[in-house]
Design a protein around this ligand. Structure first.
Ligand code: FES
Length: 146
């Protein structure tokens, strides 16, 4: 069996929503200290709905495919749904990632979360801090695998 699914290869070679939103309402940037890969997500938000999303990922193929798929999954969705998106759901939507590549999908979950937090902070919107653990805090860092 091939290491990567067709969907992973498709989103890696033809990533959706690549780029930058100049007047983004929320920007999230996260990195993985171990591999050094970086992901940046830009959100345009209207009435609690993600009306546009773009990303820039300087990282491995799995990270690029994960960010591409994650942006597809949250586009047009309410913030609440985007916040509920797990790295596992992103990996499942890609028809799976190899176990040692699951951490790449964590970047997508964290970047979205961080962009939404940025939006809340910029607009003085109250939120539950427990919902936004610091991704740089190793204790809070989790990788969902099964
Ligand atoms: Fe770093 Fe994939 S190896 S995100």
């Amino acid at each position: 069996m091939a290491l990567y699914s067709e969907k992973v290869m498709d989103h890696f070679t033809n990533p959706r929503n690549v780029g930058k939103i100049e007047d983004a309402d929320g920007i999230g940037e996260v990195g993985n200290a171990k591999c050094g890969d970086i992901m940046k997500i830009y959100l345009k938000i209207d009435n609690d709905i993600i009306v546009d999303v773009k990303f820039n990922t300087f990282g491995c193929g799995s990270a690029i495919a994960s960010s591409s798929m994650a942006t597809e999954l949250i586009k047009g969705k309410p913030l609440k749904e985007a916040l509920a998106l797990t790295n596992k759901a992103v990996a499942e939507a890609l028809d799976g990632l190899p176990a040692h590549k699951m951490h790449c999908s964590v970047l997508a979950e964290e970047a979205i979360r961080s962009a939404i937090k940025d939006y809340y902070d910029k607009n003085g919107i109250a939120y539950d801090k427990a919902e936004f653990p610091d991704p740089t805090d190793e204790d809070e860092h989790h990788i969902e695998e099964d």
